[in-house]
Ligand binder design. Structure first.
Ligand code: TXA
Ligand code: MG
Length: 360
């Protein structure tokens, strides 16, 4: 059993923070809330602690960790050749949901960076994360606090589902605000490139670095045009997908017009229910789903299409709720907003999806 410590997210009790910081300094594992998702923290300069992070998560060693510091001035010893853009980006976006990939110094264990010559660093804004990292007085490596391939945790209960008994302490600071992981911006290439979209958007970064670009998206799924019958195509092996955020049940993502998506989701759900399957739907508040209520049907409404920040905040919880409900399959609508945090929502839904169906 793992200890759970509940702290006020606005004004965390210093005694609780001190206890958690002592565990981190001693090489233990502490889960803490950030403004994006919960992180599984460990002393970034302690290779034994870092090894425990990888084994607690079941994470492959070739996936590097983000190092969290409490102030931009802490990045000096961790990096070399820091470009001038860092000061401007830090002034504008730190503390906050932006991670910068920089050239690493030899102080950073190779385990943290998976052998890369670069290190990802961020300064989280959440008062608990900030106070904890400051009190620990060492850089804290923290991946999202989920088991490998599960959705990132946005509530302490999600962490317990995945990591109970695998970490020393979980700090419960309530639901996280943003709900999707930080924007990862690579500053080690000629052109600043977003590797993972998040709440700090390309438009926002271009306000500081006009030439910044989004990494060329990798099309992981052949998009099916109006394919009929949900059970038709086989699932791609999740093991072949490099990095994904997946619920346990296979997820089908629908893209297209609102009316097209909701009609097709209703029809495919009805068909699956008739086959005796349990069905989970991930839809918007305003979507009209033409289905009789059924014990085998669970509908999660993640928010209005016009409020993408609410959708982002509820997304991973909805995936976990549908899984916990025992869904055999999850049918999800996509959200059209291709600006702002809508880009991150689309990215995460596509990564979670086993197949994508376009229904224009
Ligand atoms: O919001 C967040 O970033 C959360 C909270 C806890 O801070 N953390 C998080 O960590 O999402 P994780 O480990 O789940 O995701 C880190 C991402 C991975 O996609 C990893 O490949 C990438 O950052 N990354 C880490 N170091 C990198 C590096 N040196 N170069 C390129 N990508 C890197
Ligand atoms: Mg993660």
């Amino acid at each position: 059993m793992t200890d759970v410590l509940t702290l006020d997210p606005r004004r965390p009790d210093p005694a609780g923070i001190a206890r958690a910081a002592a565990i981190l300094r001693a090489g233990g594992l502490v889960v803490f809330p950030t403004e994006t998702v919960y992180g599984l923290g460990a002393h970034a300069l302690d290779p034994v602690a870092i090894e425990r992070v990888f084994s607690a998560k079941g994470r492959p060693a070739e996936d590097p960790l983000i190092v969290h510091v409490h102030d931009v001035n802490q990045i000096g010893p961790l990096t070399v050749d820091v470009p001038p853009a860092v000061a401007a980006l830090a002034a504008r976006f730190w503390p906050g949901p932006l991670t910068l990939v920089l050239h690493r110094s030899s102080a950073v264990p190779t385990l943290v960076t998976a052998g890369l010559g670069t290190v990802a660093i961020r300064v989280p804004a959440h008062p608990i994360a900030h106070a904890l990292i400051k009190a620990a007085a060492v850089p804290i490596a923290a991946p999202s606090a989920n088991l490998f391939s599960r959705p990132s945790p946005t509530r302490a209960e999600h962490v317990l589902q995945d990591l109970d008994g695998r970490v020393d302490l979980i700090i419960d600071g309530g639901p996280t605000e943003v709900g999707v992981e930080s924007t990862v911006l690579d500053l080690t290439e000629a052109v600043p490139t977003i590797l993972r979209p998040g709440a700090v958007t390309l438009e926002m970064i271009r306000g500081v670095l006009p030439d910044a670009r989004m990494r060329h998206a990798v099309e992981r799924h052949p998009v099916e045009q109006g394919a009929a019958g949900h059970g038709a195509a086989p699932m791609k092996s999740p093991g072949l997908l490099a990095k994904h955020y997946s619920p346990r049940a296979p997820l089908t993502l629908y893209e297209g017009s609102n009316s097209g998506m909701t009609a097709r989701i209703s029809a495919d759900a009805a068909e699956a229910l008739a086959r005796g399957q349990r069905v989970g739907l991930l839809v918007a508040t305003e979507d009209r789903i033409a289905l009789a209520s059924s014990a085998a049907l669970r509908i999660e409404r993640v928010g209005s299409e016009s409020e993408p920040s609410t959708v982002a905040a509820n997304l991973y919880n909805a995936l976990r709720v549908l899984d916990a409900d025992g869904a055999d399959l999850i049918l999800a609508r996509s959200f059209q907003d291709a600006s702002g945090i809508g880009v991150a929502i689309g990215d995460r839904l596509r990564r979670a999806a086993g197949r994508i169906i376009r229904v224009d």
